[in-house]
Design a protein around this ligand. Structure first.
Ligand SMILES: [Zn+2]
Length: 492
């Protein structure tokens, strides 16, 4: 055998043993995640013991320390990274009365985030039925000024799913803008969930909201609507006891397994650790926090060595305006070119049906390739839409390739941000299968031979915004202004 042939054989041998090792590692990781792991007991601790984790709350701070300890126990390097939260807000208590001379009832309500506190005696005004609060309702009603506006909502079911949810957010943009413009006293949303279920989510102006907004249990709101239709005049007094402060610092948890070949290239997976405070944030998003910790733990346990660096991000401040991941993109601005792929999982424990590719069609071929080892858990169909409303946002707006897991509706929408988002709603079996999918994707990207895409330019991001028509969605989450005035997203 001549020297040349020998060297060819040797390199083929090393190449194939290398590929073999990579495949073995992938199999080991997937198998490990499907077998019993601490993922479920972790989630019980996070939701039942620590509980709801609204950013800025003591429980939120506790959850950050908890997650940090979980990574460290698993032998994974982890640290906290701080970021700015523009406004501290929490509702301490409330008391609402609907009444006239003959009728009086006290419905259960919650304030929408960033609603200011009322005077001790409460905010009293006539309650009027503004139907669905569309343009014609505002036009046809000359007496909006100084009134509480009762707004009817469509029933949100698991069938209407995430699209139903998005419609709710979308409708709120004009309703809240018109109510503010016309000088309404405040908005009373009929809860979109039955059985007296309450929930809260971000108003369309986010932390800049200036309007009193409450959600009233559906059954009481329907009663008020019937009474008004019968010609009864009703008043509403809302005493909202709210704790509010200016900006403060909060923390993300960032863990990392260094790449063996390209340590400066980064593959990031994320879930947000904060929640709203009514339930215990099990579906949104404790389940996927546990999933991310479990992937890191199993990778370390089986000594899996990715070629690129894998970053496990537990972002904070998501629910109140996606501030944790925004802070991350600011802090790591110099590294963003090196972020090969960033993936967000934030839709509970429904089966992963594929991924939103967020305007990056060119990444689909590689995406299918990295999902090959978990094909049996598919089929996976990817959707090239641009998602606004979770932690992919600032990566997308910075031109960094980003994915959001598209998950089956399961029971996510009906429990969304509600008192009922608790551990018992979690599909434990599916959560573990989803962990295997996200692990395959992550390790797959970390070991991928050819990365054929790169960070988008400012012009490309601008054209993505236009092409996918996301300006309206940006408005629903209070994100539009910061994009147009260049304080958030790639400079343009
Ligand atoms: Zn979420």
């Amino acid at each position: 055998m001549n020297k040349f042939l020998l060297s060819v054989f040797v390199s083929i041998y090393f190449l194939s043993t290398n590929t073999l090792a990579v495949n073995t590692e992938m199999k080991t990781l997937i198998t490990a995640l499907k077998e019993p792991t601490p993922i479920i007991s972790d989630l019980k601790q996070l939701t039942d013991e620590i509980g709801s984790r609204m950013t800025g709350s003591p429980a939120n701070i506790k959850s950050i320390e908890w997650a940090l300890a979980k990574f460290k126990e698993a032998g994974v390097d982890a640290h906290k990274e701080s970021f700015n939260m523009p406004r501290a807000w929490s509702e301490l208590s409330n008391n609402v009365k609907v009444f006239n001379e003959n009728i009086s009832f006290s419905p259960n309500v919650v304030s929408m985030p960033f609603t200011s506190k009322t005077a001790k005696s409460g905010l009293s005004a006539a309650l009027i039925d503004l139907k669905k609060g569309d343009k014609s309702a505002f036009l046809n009603n000359k007496v909006i000024k100084g009134k509480w506006l009762l707004i009817e909502t469509a029933l949100l079911t698991d069938e209407s799913g995430v699209h139903g949810l998005f419609q709710e957010y979308l409708d709120a943009v004009d309703i809240e803008a018109n109510a503010y413009k016309e000088g309404a006293a405040g908005i009373v949303y009929m809860s979109s969930r039955p059985q007296n279920l309450l929930y809260r989510h971000l108003p369309s102006n986010g932390a800049d909201n200036k309007l009193p907004i409450i959600v009233m249990e559906r059954e009481s709101a329907l009663k008020a609507q019937r009474l008004l239709a019968q010609g009864h005049q009703l008043s509403l007094t809302a005493q909202l006891n709210i704790s509010e402060e200016s900006s403060y610092r909060a923390n993300n948890v960032i863990a990392e397994i260094k790449g063996s070949t390209y340590p400066d290239e980064i593959v990031l997976i994320s879930a947000h650790i904060d929640s709203f405070d009514l339930g215990t944030g099990a579906l949104d998003n404790g389940a996927n926090v546990s999933l991310i910790i479990d992937i890191a733990r199993q990778m370390k346990k089986y000594n899996i060595k990715p070629k690129r660096t894998i970053r496990f991000a537990l972002f904070n401040g998501e629910e109140q305006g996606i501030y944790g991941s925004y802070g991350y993109t600011q802090l790591h601005a110099d590294e963003l070119d090196k972020h090969i792929m960033t993936t967000t999982i934030d839709l509970g424990t429904g089966k992963i049906n594929g991924f939103y590719t967020n305007g990056r069609k060119e990444i689909t071929a590689a995406l299918n390739k990295v999902l090959e080892p978990v094909q049996g858990l598919g089929p996976f169909n990817h959707i090239n839409e641009a998602v606004v409303g979770t932690d992919n946002y600032d990566f997308m707006m910075q031109g960094v390739a980003n994915l959001v897991a598209d998950q089956g509706n399961a029971n996510y929408a009906s429990n969304y941000h509600a008192q009922s988002d608790t551990f018992d709603k979690v599909d434990q079996k599916q959560l573990k299968l989803n962990a295997a999918v996200i692990a395959a994707l992550t390790l797959g990207y970390a070991n991928l031979e050819d990365v054929t895409w790169q960070r988008q330019s400012s012009a490309q991001v601008v054209s993505m915004v236009k092409e996918f028509d996301i300006e309206t969605s940006m408005k629903t989450f209070g994100l539009y202004e910061s994009w147009t005035n260049n304080t958030r997203g790639i400079s343009h």
